[in-house]
Design a protein around this ligand. Structure first.
Ligand SMILES: [Zn+2]
Length: 131
């Protein structure tokens, strides 16, 4: 029984990874929205305390993060707070990384299509996914 279950999970790995990446890009959209709100000043009363709106945002964010792999989220957050300003996960469109707009090699595209491992851009280091 144990073996069967394991094989089953492995067979679904590809789906799990693409699903994780999809959720991660959703989290990023959410974070970007939050960032732009904070950039315009605090949405509630302008005080430095967290208003109800921000608490709601944080709650919503925690729910999203819970569904994601810890390692993936850590990596994403490290990238967002370090050298990469803005998006840490970007789609590849027409073989071009949408983070740095450089062409992605055929072997990376093949890895992306394979969907077995996390692929990062060799130019900018952002996490790549296919839309
Ligand atoms: Zn890139």
């Amino acid at each position: 029984m144990g073996n069967k279950t394991k094989t089953h999970i492995e067979a679904e790995d590809t789906m799990v990874l693409s699903e994780q990446l999809r959720k991660l890009s959703k989290l990023q959209t959410f974070d970007n929205r939050m960032d732009s709100l904070y950039a315009q000043g605090l949405p509630d009363d302008g005080s430095s305390r967290l208003g109800p709106k921000q608490k709601e945002f944080l709650r919503e964010r925690r729910t999203m993060v819970r569904k994601l792999d810890d390692g993936l989220v850590n990596r994403y957050e490290r990238m967002r707070s370090s050298r990469i300003r803005g998006n840490a996960i970007v789609p590849v469109v027409n073989d071009v990384c949408q983070g740095c707009h450089m062409a992605v090699t055929k072997s990376l595209i093949a890895e992306l299509l394979n969907g077995r491992s996390l692929v990062t851009c060799e130019h900018c280091g952002r996490i790549l996914y296919l839309e």
